[in-house]
Write a protein that binds this ligand. Structure first.
Ligand code: ADP
Ligand code: MG
Ligand code: MG
Length: 208
């Protein structure tokens, strides 16, 4: 398809929920090395709240869908990741206001708005060993890709995975992991790992 409607975007969220639930222990293990061992449970609880909400009260518009997603995450996750992902989806949906479908250009606008929301909320930069180390390269790769939806989401997925891997040698400068200073070196960031799953789910939803 060249455009995404509420149906495919809901599928993206369902795939992301399944993906974090399947990797709950892995995400929590990553967080046990440099945080407080709850990233897998936080993301699983948050995305479970999202899918329950979408099942009981399906959204009819794209902005309503992502408002519901963002609110469910903010209200169900106590950790840093809840408000950060919540902000990503609230801003994503805000950029889609009035649109019934997203083409590659509109999806790029929504992803950029979501990313800008995470930066504004968390005040982290590229290289701080956070989810932004996957998200910034993903959105940049999306924008730099050909004007083709599948090519753009595939480029974003690959860049997110590369960015995730690149967090391993970094010293954390934001979030709980920053309390460890240089002892955070040698571990992949949990939030960058869940962000790579988010872009993997998007590519899978587009591929169908
Ligand atoms: P908490 O750290 O509160 O327990 P989680 O474990 O669910 O929350 O999420 C931790 C992840 O959140 C980190 O791995 C990092 O990627 C991300 N993170 C933390 N602080 C920030 C920030 N200021 N900006 C962007 N991402 C952040
Ligand atoms: Mg944690
Ligand atoms: Mg925590």
């Amino acid at each position: 398809a060249d455009t995404l409607s509420v149906r495919e975007l809901t599928d993206w969220m369902t795939r992301f929920a399944d993906s974090v639930a399947a990797r709950r222990e892995y995400l929590t293990d990553l967080d046990s090395a440099i945080g407080d061992a709850d990233h897998g449970t936080n993301m699983t609880r948050g995305m479970q709240a999202v899918t329950s909400k979408l099942e009981s009260d399906p959204s009819e518009t794209i902005d309503a869908l992502f408002r519901a997603v963002g609110m469910a995450l903010v209200s169900s996750v106590g950790g840093a990741s809840g408000p950060l992902y919540g902000t990503f989806f609230l801003r994503f949906g805000g950029a889609a206001a009035g649109a019934a479908t997203l083409d590659v250009g509109a999806l790029g606008t929504c992803l950029r708005a979501g990313l800008d929301g995470v930066i504004a909320r968390g005040k982290a930069e590229l290289g701080d060993k956070t989810m932004l180390d996957a998200m910034i390269p993903a959105v940049d790769a999306f924008d730099g890709a050909a004007d083709d939806l599948l090519a753009a989401v595939t480029a974003a997925r690959d860049a997110a995975a590369t960015g995730r891997d690149a967090t391993e040698p970094l010293t954390a400068r934001k979030g709980r992991a920053s309390y460890l200073g240089d002892r955070s070196v040698g571990h992949v960031d949990p939030g960058a790992t869940s962000t790579a799953l988010l872009f993997d789910a998007l590519a899978a939803a587009v591929a169908g």
